[in-house]
Design a protein around this ligand. Structure first.
Ligand code: G6P
Length: 628
């Protein structure tokens, strides 16, 4: 949800654009950069900070920069890719935002909650505003403090003292050789180039100031440093400071602080290769991702690494939480854990987690599931769980994320970088991780040193993506403009929720999802001859009941699509009941949902493409939602 970068080195325009491409998953409503030459002079005498911004995807900014040409001699720059929160997604509201005197340029990720109040104050001081954003307030506030005699770093400190809400900021001040930064709640990282050699020894010393020669990057995500640095600094909340090409200084309320660097795990870069879209590539990555994940769990998910998880009956309650797709994984995971070890589980979406409050104490384990590890609602759930004294386990894909660092324990799902906004392989890996967690609790009961993951090994061998032609034909069917209903029971219902979400996200088509048994309690009124009702019926014990519910809809004119693990032989008696049948292979019960979701991810993808949409960048959405 908004990506920011800062850069010092050769050709900031090119380098910023390159890194912004990696951050575009955080929003693509608009993009912009500001560059300066630092002390050696401004790009233009009258325009100390050269700002270029465009509405829409990054490619619009890239074209604009290509046409305008490189700003000769620029050495510093900041950049932004936006997911609009305050103000429509146009060029005026695009970042960077500048002060009235043009001396400050600011890019921001987060929300300034008291911006209305600050804006009113600044307006009374004579400042006028050109945009609807909260960020412009920050630029004007910095100018306000500077005009009262504060040096740039002190102006940043003063601004941080009055700003309420979440912010990661990268700031240029005209003719300075530094990029200023500040962070509260929104993620911000800093790294020096590995090409620098003179002072690298200082950088590698733990507990040392970041000090190095060469290029510097500041970014919202460590993914920007992969080809550039070996170590990075994660800024804690309520930190501000500045960085030059040589060094960085970090401050908090008490004064200068020292940060230790952390190693970058470079494997997380994801290439699209020959696939038309990241979404398609990522779906087809699933099998390998699960294999790598399972191999990792075999060596790492041990009593030594996670002693708390291996204590029999250590928790009276297990609460799972997440947002969007991760929430759907949590729903399924809770069922698996309950079935495997009889634990008492509950599930909440991150934004409703406070409702779990009275059940939280040191006897509860809270499992926080998140691909990015940066989702604000999930982070808020973590803070709440910790306040109540519960044990916390982050189940994350992004190893360097805030959630991974802040929870008591972290279990990486190892899906590899996921770029498409709609989560696919990360969801499947979350389901496998939840299965592994359930097996761990079972191992704990049985006093075994590690979980039995043979079910996951089998899954990898048998996992089927299905027949593309057949799945395309379903995409065509669902694109016919009929009313879509998905029904199911138990974990089939959760898969239906996820299938529907994929279709909504990537094709903007609604598929209503109901518990099969609930259809008759009101929703049947929506069904007529324009309805396609898909019955998710992959579990033997609920197959017949779900079938009966589907038939109730059929009796009202609906066309029924059966999604099942049943063989031709098994469905023969009901053959005439169905308009179409989509079959999936049977797997271990606890992992069936992993197999089940795959064809739906592909159907959603084909549906999106058939509508001429870009499945990687659904309108109005962002992959990492860093505001509550
Ligand atoms: C956004 C994304 C979804 C994702 C959700 C949770 O809404 O568009 O695809 O499922 O955030 O993200 P997380 O990174 O916490 O799994």
């Amino acid at each position: 949800m908004c990506g920011i970068v800062g850069y010092i080195g050769e050709n900031p325009e090119r380098n910023l654009l390159y890194k912004l491409r990696l951050l575009e998953y955080r929003g693509y409503d608009s993009a912009g950069i500001a560059v300066s030459r630092g002390t050696s002079g401004a790009p233009s005498e009258n325009n100390p900070l050269a700002v270029t911004k465009r509405a829409g995807e990054l490619k619009n900014l890239e074209n604009a920069v290509a046409q305008a040409g490189v700003t000769a001699g620029a050495r510093l720059g900041i950049g932004h890719t936006r997911w609009a929160t305050h103000g429509k997604p146009d060029a005026t509201n695009a970042h960077p935002h500048v002060s009235s005197d043009g001396k400050w340029a600011v890019v921001h990720n987060g929300i300034i909650e008291n911006h209305c109040e600050l804006k009113r104050f600044l307006q009374n001081e004579g400042y006028s505003f050109y945009s609807e954003t909260d960020t412009e307030t920050i630029a004007k506030l910095l100018e306000y403090f500077e005009k009262r005699g504060f040096a740039p770093l002190q102006a940043i400190k003063r601004a941080c003292d009055v700003l309420q809400g979440s912010f990661a900021l990268a700031v240029l001040h005209e003719n300075d050789d530094a990029i200023y930064f500040a962070k509260n709640k929104s993620p911000l990282y800093l790294a020096f180039s590995k090409r620098s050699n003179k002072k690298t020894a200082t950088v590698q010393q733990a507990d040392a100031d970041a000090e190095a020669e060469g290029d510097l990057f500041i970014a919202s995500d460590v993914v920007c440093f992969n080809d550039f640095a070996e170590e990075y600094y994660a800024l804690p909340d309520k930190t501000y400071g500045f960085a030059t090409a040589e060094k960085a200084e970090f401050y908090d309320g008490t004064g200068e602080i020292r940060l230790s660097s952390e190693k970058i795990n470079a494997k997380s870069l994801c290439l699209r290769n020959n696939y038309a879209h990241y979404m398609l590539k990522e779906i087809y990555d699933t099998k390998n991702a699960i294999k790598e994940e399972t191999d990792y769990f075999k060596t790492h998910l041990t009593r030594e690494n996670y002693p708390l998880l291996f204590q029999p009956r250590a928790f009276k309650k297990i609460i799972l939480t997440g947002c969007g797709t991760a929430y759907h994984a949590a729903l399924t995971g809770a069922r698996i854990i309950e079935e495997k070890c009889g634990a008492d589980c509950e599930v909440y979406v991150g934004s409703e987690f406070y409702n779990a409050g009275y059940k939280l104490n040191k006897h509860a384990l809270v499992v926080l599931i998140s691909q990015s590890g940066e989702t604000a609602d999930t982070l808020a759930a973590l803070t709440f769980a910790k306040e109540k004294g519960a044990a916390t386990l982050a189940m994350i894909n992004a190893e360097h994320s805030t959630l991974a660092k802040a929870a008591d324990m972290a279990l990486p799902v190892n899906a590899g970088a996921e770029i498409a906004v709609a989560s696919t392989k990360a969801y499947s890996c979350q389901l496998v991780a939840l299965y592994a967690l359930a097996q761990t609790f079972q191992a704990a009961e049985r006093q075994l040193p590690r979980p039995d993951l043979s079910g996951a090994d089998e899954l990898v061998k048998r996992l089927s993506y299905g027949d593309e032609e057949e799945l395309r034909s379903f995409a065509t069917l669902f694109g016919e403009g009929k009313k879509l209903f998905f029904i199911g029971r138990g974990t089939d219902y959760f898969t239906a929720l996820e299938a529907s979400l994929k279709i909504k996200e990537t094709s903007y088509i609604n598929a209503d999802v109901y518990y099969a048994g609930e259809l008759k309690h009101g929703f049947l009124a929506l069904v007529d001859e324009n309805a396609y009702v898909t019955a998710f019926a992959t579990q033997k014990d609920t197959f017949l009941k779900t079938l009966s519910n589907a038939k109730e809809a059929q009796a009202r004119g609906a066309k029924i699509i059966l999604f099942t693990t049943a063989s031709q032989e098994e469905t023969k008696p009901y053959e005439n009941s169905f308009f179409r049948i989509l079959r999936v292979p049977k797997t271990d019960d606890a992992l069936q949902s992993v197999q089940n979701v795959l064809p739906w991810q592909l159907i959603a993808y084909f549906l999106s493409v058939s509508k001429g949409l870009n499945p990687d960048k659904p309108r109005n959405l962002a992959k990492s939602v860093t505001v509550e």
